[in-house]
Design a protein around this ligand. Structure first.
Ligand SMILES: NC(=O)c1ccc[n+]([C@@H]2O[C@H](COP(=O)([O-])OP(=O)(O)OC[C@H]3O[C@@H](n4cnc5c(N)ncnc54)[C@H](OP(=O)(O)O)[C@@H]3O)[C@@H](O)[C@H]2O)c1
Length: 282
């Protein structure tokens, strides 16, 4: 694990420079990630605040709402400021609240990419991620369909999500992959090998559930002690750890609250030393 300060920016696909703390826009919908939020004006104010504070990477998906997160992003931020990267995803159907079913058939991906372009009011999506692997469809076919959309100018860069190492290798044979988005945080390191592989290949690793859906905000053991030393919160230390973990991690904490967003953003300024990193890694 590096002892050096975490770099503040990374470049996606060689040409999109983004600040390394992004924003996850899944939770601006309703519980179950189903339907519009109770207070749309508050969700719009939050998105505007995110961009005002310099965050220039927002993660969303067609399935958040479904359609709600993308619609609110466009309502809040279109016309988009230059340099703002909106990363969306396709490949999951939503039969109901909290239900997610993979559909990564090429014809489905072509349709949902068109729908996202319309909802986001874009001619081209900067980063389009295959949301999951559909075990009925070879990943080469799904990624191949996205590569074709990229060739048509509808997608700038391609990413994958919820993949294993071998699946990433197969996807990379089919197209140029610039990001991987997997479940990863201080308490779930099942993607450790992929984090390192992405750093070695210059691919962004976007850890979802960076705060373990809020559980890493509680005061526990090493996290609490280190937080106290930095006069920070456990959530901030959990995010700072992700930023130190590799030079290509790009955490996307999600929140419905401007206060929590500000708290999370401040984590980017925290420098952890080698001892602290060792303590947290135990
Ligand atoms: N690729 C995938 O399959 C996948 C799956 C899940 C998520 N994602 C992406 O990853 C993003 C982040 O994941 P996530 O939202 O599920 O999990 P998360 O960022 O780990 O946690 C979000 C939860 O933590 C709470 N929280 C955030 N900041 C806090 C703070 N400073 N103090 C206390 N509580 C705080 C939020 O509640 P409040 O609203 O009260 O702040 C929310 O309930 C999503 O928005 C989405 O873009 C991707």
């Amino acid at each position: 694990m590096p002892d050096a300060p975490a770099p503040a920016r990374l470049t996606l696909g060689g040409d999109l420079a983004v600040n390394r703390l992004g924003f996850g826009a899944m939770r601006i919908t309703s519980p179950g990630i189903w339907g519009p939020p109770a207070d749309e004006a508050a969700a719009i104010a939050l998105l505007r605040r995110v961009v005002e504070r310099g965050v220039n990477f927002i993660d969303t998906a067609d399935s958040y709402g479904p359609g709600v997160s993308e619609r609110l992003i466009a309502e809040a931020l279109h016309p988009y400021p230059s340099g703002l990267v909106i990363a969306t995803k396709g490949g999951l159907l939503r039969p109901g609240p909290d239900r997610w079913v993979a559909d990564c058939r090429p014809e489905h991906l072509r349709q949902v990419c068109e729908d996202s372009l319309k909802r986001l009011r874009l001619d081209r999506i900067d980063l389009y991620q295959l949301h999951a692997v559909d075990h009925r469809v070879p990943i080469e076919e799904s990624v191949g369909a996205l590569r074709e959309l990229q060739r048509q100018g509808k997608i700038r860069h391609l990413g994958v999500s919820n993949v294993s190492g071998p699946e990433l290798a197969r996807a990379r044979q089919a197209a140029d992959i610039v990001s991987v988005q997997n479940h990863y945080n201080l308490t779930d390191r099942s993607s450790d090998t992929l984090v390192d592989a992405c750093a070695a290949a210059g691919i962004a690793f976007i850890p979802w559930y960076p705060l373990a859906a809020g559980r890493l905000t509680r005061h526990e053991s090493a996290l609490a002690q280190i937080a106290e030393r930095h006069r920070a919160t456990p959530a901030q230390i959990a995010l700072a750890w992700l930023l130190h973990r590799s030079p290509t991690t790009l955490p996307i904490p999600g929140t419905t609250s401007i206060a929590h967003f500000e708290e999370n953003l401040a984590a980017a300024a925290i420098r952890l030393d080698a001892d602290e990193l060792r303590q947290l890694a135990r």
